[in-house]
Design a protein around this ligand. Structure first.
Ligand SMILES: Cc1ncc(COP(=O)(O)O)c(C=O)c1O
Length: 344
């Protein structure tokens, strides 16, 4: 148990936004290798006007959280999977991989240097961690940059969706998020740039988020702009869309394991068609930021699909999944081997 003097923040009421903390980690890649990296107080990045990231969006990132557990430790959840996914993203964008061990050390350092911003247990808030890599040297012709920067900053955050656990309404988007052989399966900044118009359009129309159908046939459920889907059948089977063009959510992979191994539920990863949505009892979004957010309704071009089990509040099975997953993250339920990295 460590006693940490906390920052003067209204933890219960913070939203999901950038909040400047004390230290961030920076490492530079030059002449074919990463330097040692340092913690810095400087939150600004100064790069060439023609840097690869500025011209051709050569950047990828990760999102993860540090939690204060019930016994006062500070932990992160499955950071090895974030390191692996960042490596996969980097390779797809012709960027150098940041080594996994160094990634984990950088996370440790940033959390330790910002302990006063790790929200206390029981507040519902967490410390969001944002590792990322970008092309920092100039390019003019379309090609990968020669130099890169890896950074990790931290920001205390509350719930991603306003209203927390209140069921949200989604629209089936007319825009595509990911091309069939594109970059939907990696966390490339460009995926999010092209989703901005779609999300603003959805918000303007009163929806919380978009459901993106598969770009090729527009008949199957892919994901939202920032979370994967899961559905619960009327006989309590947990179903999640299988697709090569969605981000392999660490939360979703963990939830499917929890559903099967902790709750004894049947699970299935398969094509999920828009036409069958009405058959499901519950729908939820899952992700580091969304945690589990109940979906009450999906509107498909005027056709309203209401999930009876999750239209008023988080569905019964969704709640069990939520309690078990967050129980593991907050140290109340024993975690599977290797899921929790204790920092202090
Ligand atoms: C497009 C997209 N899908 C899914 C997720 C959820 O992934 P994870 O559970 O690894 O945070 C995220 C957020 O990271 C995302 O941006």
């Amino acid at each position: 148990m460590v006693t940490i003097e906390k920052a003067n923040i209204d933890w219960e009421n913070i939203g999901f936004g950038y909040y400047k903390t004390d230290k961030r980690f920076v490492s530079n890649y030059k002449d074919g290798k990463w330097d040692e990296g340092i913690l810095t107080s400087d939150e600004n990045v100064v790069i060439n006007e023609s840097a690869g990231v500025l011209q051709y969006a050569q950047t990828c990132f990760e999102g993860m959280k540090a939690y204060t557990t019930v016994d006062g430790s500070v932990v992160v959840f499955r950071p090895d999977l974030n390191a692996q996914r960042l490596a996969d993203s980097a390779k797809r964008l012709e960027m150098p991989v940041y080594p996994q061990e160094k990634f984990l050390e950088a996370i440790d350092e940033v959390v330790k240097a910002n302990l006063k911003y790790v929200p206390p247990y029981g507040t519902g808030a967490t410390l969001y961690l944002r590792p990322y890599i970008f092309g920092s040297s100039p390019v003019l012709g379309v090609k990968p940059a020669a130099e890169y920067q890896f950074r990790v900053f931290a920001s205390p955050v509350g719930p991603y969706f306003k209203g927390g656990a209140k069921p949200i309404t989604l629209k089936v988007s007319d825009f595509d998020r990911a091309a069939p052989k594109g970059t939907g399966h990696v966390k490339a900044g460009l995926n999010y740039a092209m989703s901005l118009h779609a999300i603003v359009t959805a918000h303007d129309e009163g929806y919380a988020e978009n459901l993106y159908p598969d770009a090729l046939t527009r008949t199957k459920v892919e994901e939202t702009g920032g979370a994967n889907f899961f559905f619960v059948t009327k006989d309590n089977k947990v179903v999640t869309p299988k697709s090569d063009t969605i981000l392999p959510s660490i939360t979703r992979r963990s939830l499917m394991y929890v559903a099967k191994e902790y709750l004894g539920l049947e699970t299935e990863e398969r094509d999920v068609y828009l036409s069958e949505l009405g058959d499901f009892a519950e729908c939820g979004l899952c992700g580091t930021a969304a945690v589990i957010s109940p979906v009450g309704k999906i509107v498909d071009h005027g056709k309203e699909i209401v999930f009876s089990g999750s239209s008023q509040q988080m569905g019964e099975i969704s709640k069990k999944l939520y309690d078990t997953l967050t129980g593991i993250q907050y140290g109340k339920i024993e975690a599977p081997e290797g899921w929790i990295r204790k920092i202090v």
